[in-house]
Write a protein that binds this ligand. Structure first.
Ligand SMILES: *Cc1c(COP(=O)(O)O)cnc(C)c1O
Length: 463
């Protein structure tokens, strides 16, 4: 073990050093992958030196998600305390299903869940769990919604005509999960959004009324706190009025930006969250823990047991259900995703988590101000969002993003809304500073200036 830990330290130190001068890894095109790296597996063992060489090469050529040049997706940065917690959970290698197997780590998870439920404003009947990502915590929300409406479905199978409502800007896990739940992808009703990407609640209402009159049973409304492209927040209060009236489960998908719960300044964006039935958020997005760390919170824990508990005499042999977390879990064996979050929370305090969230909005303000003050840019997104969507000199966003990637300049993605395609800068890495955001624009500007020929060749800009 000692030798491997030393090797780990050596490789990590080399990586951290190299990231300083090369925030973007060397670009390895997928069609050259197996030629450029030694990934093949052979019958014979390799020497420690070979292993080290091969591992280091692999690590060095892997996309660098923790640097100030990664703005591609909804995570980024590297929080050392959270990494410490995650490394320890790998060493300990517990499975979270029972107290017997996980011991105090069960307490770590329960303390986080309790604290978050308190912050939402829920009483002692509330509870939650962790799952392997936002798609899965959304899945759990949908299953509980289905079972709370039709308690027979987990036993008889799904025979009812059920419907689900979500905005046209919501995450693709909603239709996938509807398929898994036996509700069906075609029974997902995509509700229109307003000009800022928020769900149109009048349309929601009329869609529900129409479905009911056609003999469908609406089981779930999925509201989004931070839509994947624009970072828009649906109006939870207004949606909850509709859900209450028609007795429909309300889930808030806060995978991206539900962590505004930790910010006094921004939690108004999820006003009304205490009225919902379930709420999920990814600590591996805004909070900045390593992947994955996704929490599901439920106002009434009864639903967790109703949908996920199953007896298993070979597994549950000691302690009360309350400490055997497998009884409320989607999985059987489950890795310890709580310790990294707890280690970070313990070290920086709730105030530190608040600062992490607030910084991202401040960085987004820096980016929007820059864009507004520079006429070569067009802004497509709105305030109170950490997704900053823009175009530069009318260069097609997908060409610009791909060329930047292939030239190892920046990793940033593109998105679209209402027939416009644009670059989507995500200011989710709270370790960035104002100058990193300004540098992002500088890199783009210099790149475009120096690579006009390459961009013309790709057809990205006119001659
Ligand atoms: C990222 C995201 C998800 C999915 O979360 P994963 O952890 O990637 O499965 C769901 N909903 C929204 C709004 C997201 O941004």
């Amino acid at each position: 073990m000692k030798e491997s830990l030393e090797l780990f330290n050596e490789i990590v130190e080399a990586l951290l050093k190299d990231e300083q001068s090369h925030p973007v890894a060397e670009f390895v095109p997928s069609n050259e992958l197996y030629e450029r790296l030694d990934l093949n597996l052979q019958d014979e063992a390799v020497t420690v030196d070979t292993l080290k060489e091969v591992l280091q090469d692999l690590v060095f050529k892997t996309p660098r998600t923790a640097t100030n040049a990664f703005f591609n997706q909804l995570f980024g940065g590297r929080n050392d305390k959270a990494v410490l917690g995650d490394l320890l959970s790998v060493m300990l290698n517990n499975s979270m299903y029972t107290y017997k197997a996980a011991g105090p780590q069960v307490g770590v998870e329960k303390v986080i869940l309790r604290k978050v439920c308190d912050m939402i404003g829920w009483d002692e009947h509330s509870n939650g769990t962790f799952a392997s990502g936002g798609s899965m915590t959304n899945f759990m929300g949908m299953l509980m919604a289905r079972d709370s409406k039709f308690a027979n479905v987990p036993y008889d199978g799904a025979r009812n005509k059920m419907t689900v409502y979500t905005s046209s800007e919501s995450h693709y896990s909603v239709p996938k999960n509807a398929a898994f739940c036996g509700i069906g992808r075609d029974q997902v009703r995509y509700i229109d959004v307003d000009s800022e990407g928020k769900m149109n609640v009048e349309h929601l209402k009329s869609a529900i009324i129409e479905d009911i009159s056609n003999g469908y049973s609406p089981v779930l409304v999925n509201a989004t706190a931070g839509t994947t492209v624009l970072g828009a927040f649906d109006d939870i209060n207004a949606i909850s009025v509709v859900c209450m009236k028609y007795d429909i489960w309300l889930h808030v998908d806060g995978a991206y930006c539900g962590s505004v719960l930790f910010s006094k300044k921004y939690k108004h964006l999820i006003d009304g969250v205490e009225k919902v039935d379930s709420f999920s958020f990814n600590a591996h997005k805004m909070i900045g823990t390593p992947l994955t760390c996704s929490l599901l919170l439920v106002k009434d824990e009864k639903h967790l047991y109703d949908s996920f508990s199953n007896d298993a005499s070979y597994l549950y042999q000691t302690d009360h259900d309350e400490f055997n977390l497998g009884k409320t879990s989607l999985q059987c064996g489950r890795r310890n995703d709580a310790l990294k979050f707890w280690t970070l929370w313990k070290s920086v305090g709730t105030n530190g988590l608040e600062a992490i969230v607030d910084t991202q909005f401040e960085l987004a303000d820096v980016a929007r101000n820059y864009i507004r003050n520079h006429p070569d840019y067009t802004l497509y997104s709105y305030d109170d969002s950490i997704s900053v969507c823009f175009n530069y000199k009318d260069i097609p966003a997908r060409e610009l993003c791909t060329t930047l990637y292939e030239n190892s300049e920046l990793l940033v993605g593109y998105g679209s809304f209402e027939n416009e395609e644009f670059v989507r800068l995500v200011t989710i890495n709270s370790q960035n500073e104002k100058r990193d955001i300004l540098n992002f624009f500088k890199v783009i500007e210099e790149f475009v200036e120096n690579n006009e020929n390459a961009l013309i060749k790709r057809g990205s800009i006119a001659k």
